[in-house]
Design a protein around this ligand. Structure first.
Ligand code: ATP
Length: 221
């Protein structure tokens, strides 16, 4: 999928200034943005998702312009049709697995029904082999299971791209290896484009068809 991105953003804190200034063009279905902690990876991903607004820049995915500071285009996150999977999954602790997955599809104020899920939720519950877990709560799941629930919830909206923010960092070493390979297979099966950010070289090796290295807010090299 074609990605064109130019971003500039300055963040000021009392003790320092952080400047993000990057330019990325890619045709890859599997992009890894790699770099040390604090390099600006999450800021790039959140800018793509529409969760933070760059000072200046341009973001285009496929034929859709998501952000253009000169033309004052800034689509809302829900208009971008992207799914953002956070580092710590952000599941709702008071909702069951099934309700968590159905949550993004619900209309109105009430939580999703505990037993009847919309077809799009059912489809992902089955595909990600979560049928046996639908009645459990997030705290009753392993890290890998929570990860699958978060992924199912992200996929129910039919996103045109998955944004994965350090998706394996909360898992212990053994599970990280297993879940990394599961997600790799799933991405290939679904053929859904991903941008994955990580500071782990194993992610680069497995997912990095196009690797973008970032350091202190700038592309390396
Ligand atoms: N609200 C803020 N105000 C000031 N500086 C900020 C703010 N948010 C982030 N920063 C700074 O921006 C820089 C980039 O942060 P970002 O979260 O994008 O890094 P990262 O590469 O994703 O790191 P990590 O791998 O640790 O998640 C960091 O140096 C951080 O201190």
């Amino acid at each position: 999928m074609q990605l064109e991105l130019t971003l500039q953003k300055t963040l000021l804190s009392p003790t320092r200034i952080f400047q993000l200034d990057v330019n990325i063009t890619s045709n890859s279905q599997r992009i890894v943005i790699f770099g040390p902690s604090g390099a600006g990876k999450t800021m790039i991903l959140k800018s793509i998702a529409g969760l933070i607004t760059p000072d200046k820049g341009y973001i285009k995915i496929a034929d859709k312009v998501l952000f253009d500071s000169t033309k004052k285009i800034n689509l809302k996150p829900q208009q971008r049709h992207l799914a953002y999977l956070f580092q710590h999954y952000s599941l709702f602790p008071h909702l069951t697995v099934g309700q968590n997955i159905a949550f993004t599809l619900k209309k109105g104020l009430f939580n999703p029904n505990k037993k009847n899920f919309p077809p799009q939720a059912k489809q992902w519950i089955e595909k990600l082999e979560l049928t046996e877990l639908v009645d459990l709560y997030p705290q009753q799941l392993s890290g890998g299971q929570q990860q699958r629930v978060a992924l199912a919830r992200a996929l129910t909206t039919n996103p045109c791209m998955l944004l994965l923010d350090e998706p394996f960092s909360a898992l212990d070493y053994g599970l990280r290896h297993k879940v990394r390979h599961e997600i790799n297979e799933l991405q290939q099966q679904l053929n859904i484009p991903i941008i994955l950010i990580s500071h782990d070289v194993e992610d680069v090796k497995l997912f990095g068809e196009h690797v973008i290295e970032i350091q202190q807010g700038h592309l390396k090299g």
